[in-house]
Design a protein around this ligand. Structure first.
Ligand code: PSU
Ligand code: MN
Length: 305
């Protein structure tokens, strides 16, 4: 298969894909923008190990020197983590410019899906996705992640979405665009740091085999959209809803007061919530990503059978 001229698939990932072995994509915005150095690099490398331990090959995705990387080296992950927010947060609209200029980009859920699909990777593990922001009825701030889920056939395993977003409107948007939202072992949409949101998902699914069967059917139907798997944070790492919601309300207030908008909104809110909740939210964040990596690897393994 002729691959895109801007795409570099790492030798390990290329070999696995050619042999039909399971591969799991990972995003890099979580590394450069989502966590502080050096925990970001430690976490990214630990996630890769978890994926290997669960029978799949990890493919950390990023844009380096204008090349779309499906599979980063340890050195590239270290570079993305150390450079941090100086790496452009790259959404769909940024890809062509970064390729044309030979620049770096940290991939969001959107661009990780795009590059994973170009490489032939079907399963992607992350922490949280973007969605419809609170107040979107006036700001029109809706993450490009939702649009990508509607159009790109990759299964995204996440821990739901943070309630910095309007979770109800996020589900409405996904419904309109035909994106199935599956709850892993739950009928309720998890809210990232907590297991409960009060909103129902479309289907409860209880095993990696069942997840793989669902995505296989979507592909065999010829659907070009993705599927969203929402995997609740393990109970022992979940946060007190009162604490987390107070931090979210305060972060939203500060974003409003400072007139934060556009692509800065999500990183600003995430950083504020983190600052207001101290190290606790970082620990929870790391653990839920590990949990998603395990499920994604097992699902990719079933899908490869
Ligand atoms: N939400 C989180 N953690 C994250 C992100 C969102 O809880 O790390 C990141 C992801 O990379 C996601 C992106 O794809 O932010 C969405 O940004 P925006 O809302 O600007 O589309
Ligand atoms: Mn936005």
């Amino acid at each position: 298969m002729a691959l895109n001229k801007y795409l570099d698939v790492s030798p390990e990932v290329a070999e696995a894909l050619a042999a039909g072995r399971p591969v799991v994509a990972l995003e890099s915005t979580i590394i450069s923008h989502g966590m502080p150095y050096p925990q970001n690099v430690e976490t990214a490398l630990a996630v890769e190990n978890i994926i290997r331990e669960n029978g799949a090959v990890p493919a950390t995705i990023a844009i380096i020197g204008g090349r779309l990387k499906a599979g980063c080296t340890k050195e590239e992950i270290e570079y993305l983590g150390r450079t941090g927010t100086a790496v452009t947060k790259a959404s769909r609209r940024d890809l062509a410019m970064l390729c044309a200029r030979g620049q770096d980009g940290a991939t969001t859920v959107t661009t990780t899906m795009i590059i994973a699909h170009m490489a032939g990777i079907k399963v992607f593990a992350t922490g949280g996705i973007g969605g419809v922001h609170r107040g979107a009825e006036t700001t029109m701030d809706i993450s490009a992640d939702l649009e990508e889920l509607a159009h790109t056939p990759v299964m995204v395993v996440c821990a739901g979405a943070k309630s910095i977003l309007d979770l109800g409107l996020t589900l409405e948007y996904l419904e309109t665009h035909g994106v199935p939202v599956l709850g892993y072992g739950t009928h309720e949409l998890p809210a990232f740091y907590t297991r409960h949101s009060g909103f129902a998902v479309d289907y409860q699914v209880d095993s990696p085999e069942e997840l793989a069967a669902a995505f296989r059917a979507s592909l065999e139907l010829g659907f070009d959209g993705g599927m969203l798997v929402t995997n609740p944070i393990p109970e022992e790492y979940s946060m007190d809803p009162g604490v987390i919601n107070a931090a979210i309300e305060e972060a939203l207030r500060q974003a409003g007061a400072r007139g934060i908008h556009g692509k800065e909104t999500t990183p600003f809110l995430l950083a504020k919530v983190k600052e207001l909740t101290g190290g606790d939210s970082l620990d929870s964040n790391i653990q839920l990503v590990f949990n998603n990596a395990r499920l994604a690897a097992k699902t990719a393994a079933c899908l490869a059978k």
